[in-house]
Design a protein around this ligand. Structure first.
Ligand code: ATP
Length: 640
């Protein structure tokens, strides 16, 4: 599924290293984090460790400098500054905590849902955040304080609310950047619910930007809280707060300027520490969470196609499927009027050059089209049930249980944060009500089923510790967890070396023979088709051009494209002989020619091929072709 992955997918890197440990390894980050931790502890323990009460006055000792009795001196009423700082910190830091809590509660779930689902929810969230961002913060806070009788909690909750659009944008962008990653698709295919996927697979990946944003926002919240207190809003004298202490000290700035130092420096250092911890977290996680994807939206326009009834004996029946994507030249149809079926227990190869629409067809059936993609026409039945693929594809309900998927990038299909055993156990528990320990046992069974060497050791490993072949075995094990009746395998051996390819193909054949499941195999490799498939469906430029059983197709293809592909099959190479190739390349969807899509490359093309679209027809029972001149293809041409 090359194209579907292009916008944002990069192989997730393994992340075993703890972010906080990496923050602590940075001197500034470590100092700031320790400073904040000590500050919070000291402020929380103020009633226990403060030498005096925050309101205790000693009018004999006003404006006293630092001494053994008053480590930071006293203020204009002889109150101990250290004690007031510790008690005042409770007010100030609690205000910050309220604001950050609201920011996280309001911003994180909204950003996750918008970024993960996109579509209408996302559009609404983006509009609302735009509106909230336009609200002037200070004026709103003044109104809230006036309305709620100088209630600082109300002010800081409002400040948190006004900050949520920023958090939503950060979380949404980070989620969009990873939502197309293969392991999320794999989790969807495995049948995990949206909530489970977001909680277990998306949230840990976007936690870095969330932490950074929260710390930077905490600094801003402290400055705002102090600013309000300085203006005499919020907490009122004689109750201590850091901003209020600065305000009181500023009255005596000419006579006792040093009075400003304790509260002023505390505020400055705390804001600085929040910022430095945020920076350290950002440095520790690097920029890898901040990849962005485009935001194309579907604007479907229908393409004429027939949607016959399902084939009664088929497990999967696809009729008249057309799929499009928005692009620079408007909404473009990339799969046009595709029909085929897969019967129970058989392997069907979906064959064609790169860009012919094989992966989009498979994804459309699974209801996993990339953002913006839409099924414009067509129907699809699974075991007699209409999947309603033009609407909310019902395949989502049976993915993982009845239908499994394995892709061409096994390593990217696994969550880098979880061990193999945990991922498999999670999928098992999704499909069956079993205890955690039973799920672990079943995970090991699955690894044995896919003939994994040393299954117990492999279960404890992370995806980056596996070879490509082992990762593909794990993906197959994951696909088998729900005991599917149909396995869709999208170029499952493309990323593997030749010997491992053979092993994986052997494994698929073995699994099919032992479980009886059907396989839809997306491939461009005729060797794989000859080796594994009962029937082949050949696609060219978005259309099915031929479909039949493999043996007669190899013996006598009924479409010049199939004929050309078979002749150029590298498996037929003879040393010293030039391998024939089909002239030209597959045209991109917006350049499909009128009439037969293949005619510019076709040796048999006549004027009739260039006029009107060529329908698919059945020259002999069970053999379908989209060629007007198939009878001119050489009889008896054996390609196997
Ligand atoms: N997300 C997308 N947005 C726009 N166009 C897309 C998208 N995904 C696929 N396409 C287009 O759909 C067409 C078919 O792509 P598809 O991936 O199905 O081809 P394929 O036959 O599977 O090739 P490959 O083996 O290289 O993946 C291509 O022209 C491709 O550019």
């Amino acid at each position: 599924m090359t194209v579907a992955l292009l916008p944002v997918a990069t192989a997730p890197t393994a992340r075993r290293d703890n972010t906080w440990l990496r923050v602590l390894r940075r001197p500034l980050g470590a100092v700031s984090l320790v400073f904040l931790a000590l500050l919070v502890l000291a402020v929380a323990a103020a009633p226990l460790i403060a030498p005096y009460g925050p309101l205790t006055q000693d009018l004999q000792a006003t404006f006293a400098g630092p001494s053994a009795q008053h480590l930071l001196g006293t203020d204009n009423l002889g109150r101990d500054i250290l004690s007031r700082l510790l008690h005042g910190g409770q007010v100030s830091l609690l205000g910050v905590a309220y604001a950050v809590a609201v920011l996280l509660i309001g911003g994180v779930p909204t950003g996750l849902v918008a970024g993960y689902h996109r579509g209408r929810i996302d559009a609404v969230v983006v509009r609302v955040t735009d509106v909230v961002l336009a609200i002037p913060v200070i004026i709103t806070l003044l109104v809230v304080l006036a309305t709620f009788g100088q209630n600082e909690v109300a002010a800081m909750i409002t400040f948190g609310l006004l900050g949520t659009p920023g958090m939503i944008r950060v979380v949404r962008a980070a989620t969009i950047a990873i939502r197309a990653d293969l392991y999320l698709t794999a989790a969807r295919v495995a049948g995990l619910s949206t909530t489970q996927i977001i909680r277990r697979h998306v949230l840990p990946r976007v936690a870095g930007p969330i932490i950074v944003r929260a710390f930077l926002f905490a600094g801003a919240a402290l400055l705002t809280e102090s600013g309000l207190a300085f203006l005499g809003l919020g907490v009122q004298e004689p109750e201590p707060s850091w901003g209020g202490m600065v305000a009181s000290a500023s009255i005596y700035i000419n006579q006792h300027p040093s009075l400003l130092i304790p509260a002023g420096v505390t505020i400055a250092l705390t804001v600085l520490a929040f910022g430095l911890v945020g920076d350290a977290v950002r440095d520790a996680i690097g920029g890898r969470h901040l990849r962005y994807a485009g935001s194309a939206r579907p604007a479907p326009h229908p393409v004429d196609s027939g949607t016959d009834e399902e084939t009664p004996s088929a497990l999967l029946s696809v009729r008249g499927l057309s799929v499009g994507f928005p692009g620079e030249t408007g909404f473009t149809t990339v799969v046009n009027d595709v029909s085929f079926e897969v019967r129970a227990g058989e392997t069907v190869g979906l064959v064609g050059e790169s860009g012919c629409g094989k992966s989009v067809t498979a994804r459309a059936v699974l209801g996993l089209l990339a953002s913006g993609g839409a099924v414009t026409t067509g129907r699809c039945w699974f075991d007699g049930e209409d999947l309603r693929i033009t609407g909310r594809n019902r395949c989502a309900d049976i993915r993982g249980s009845q239908v499994g998927l394995i892709s061409q990038e096994p390593s990217a299909s696994l969550d880098p944060n979880l061990t193999v055993g945990r991922q498999l156990a999670e999928i098992v528990r999704r499909h069956r009500t079993v205890s955690r320990s039973q799920a672990r046992v079943e995970a090991l069974d699955l690894l044995q089923k896919v003939q994994m060497p040393e299954p117990v050791a492999v279960a404890g490993r992370y995806p980056h510790e596996l070879s490509g072949g082992m990762a593909q075995r794990v993906c197959i094990a994951a696909a088998l967890a729900g005991r599917p009746r149909l396995l869709i395998a999208d170029e499952p051996t493309t990323a593997l070396d030749v010997t491992v390819q053979a092993e994986i193909l052997d494994l698929l054949r073995h699994l099919q023979e032992t479980t009886g499941m059907a396989i839809l195999l997306v491939t461009h490799d005729w060797g794989v088709v000859a080796d594994l498939c009962h029937r082949a469906v050949v696609m060219y430029a978005g259309q099915v051009v031929e479909s039949t059983e493999v043996e007669p197709m190899f013996r006598r293809p009924l479409h010049p494209y199939t004929d050309g592909l078979l002749k150029s099959n590298p498996h037929r190479v003879v040393v010293g002989e030039r391998l024939p190739a089909i002239a030209g390349t597959v045209p991109p969807p917006h350049e499909w020619p009128r009439g037969c899509h293949f005619h510019p490359r076709c040796p048999l093309a006549g004027p009739d091929c260039m006029e009107t679209a060529v329908p698919i027809f059945e020259p002999t029972p069970g053999r379908l072709t989209r060629c007007l001149h198939h009878d001119r293809l050489a009889v008896g041409a054996r390609h196997a």
